[in-house]
Design a protein around this ligand. Structure first.
Ligand code: 5GP
Ligand code: ZN
Length: 113
């Protein structure tokens, strides 16, 4: 989508600090990190949010592969980390392109706010 910030990052029109990329998924550092490790895992294809993924679509499996690779790459696979997707207004989803925050590198409090 032309007016979508993360589609523009996928297209290379807006720069990002890339951590991992494959055919389906892009991972880059959050511009406003809330933890020592805070990256965004996004599908290259546009989905508005987690409710927009069809049941027979395998993108969630591709995302999970990226989680494993990036957690290891960022050195949090042993210490622990959190994967969060905000969906809709009450969750505070600010970018309407499906994305997963992977956060770690410190002790994370629970419950999330
Ligand atoms: P949300 O609030 O939708 O769950 O998360 C959106 C995230 O995108 C926020 O954590 C915000 O800091 C991040 N973000 C917003 N604009 C940009 C940008 O232009 N580049 C990068 N790398 N991150 C962004
Ligand atoms: Zn998009």
């Amino acid at each position: 989508m032309d007016d979508c910030l993360f589609c523009r990052i996928v297209a290379g029109e807006i720069p990002s600090d890339k951590v991992y990329e494959d055919e389906y998924v892009l991972v880059f550092k959050d511009i406003d990190p809330q933890a020592p490790v805070h990256v965004l895992i996004i599908p290259k294809k546009h989905y508005d949010n987690v409710l927009s993924v069809p049941a027979d679509d395998d993108i969630m499996g591709k995302i999970n592969e990226a989680v494993r690779i990036v957690a290891e790459k960022c050195g949090v696979d042993k210490t622990g980390f959190r994967v969060i997707t905000n969906c809709g207004e009450d969750a505070g989803q600010s970018v309407k392109h499906l994305h997963f925050h992977l956060m770690g590198g410190r002790v994370l409090t629970w419950p999330a706010g």
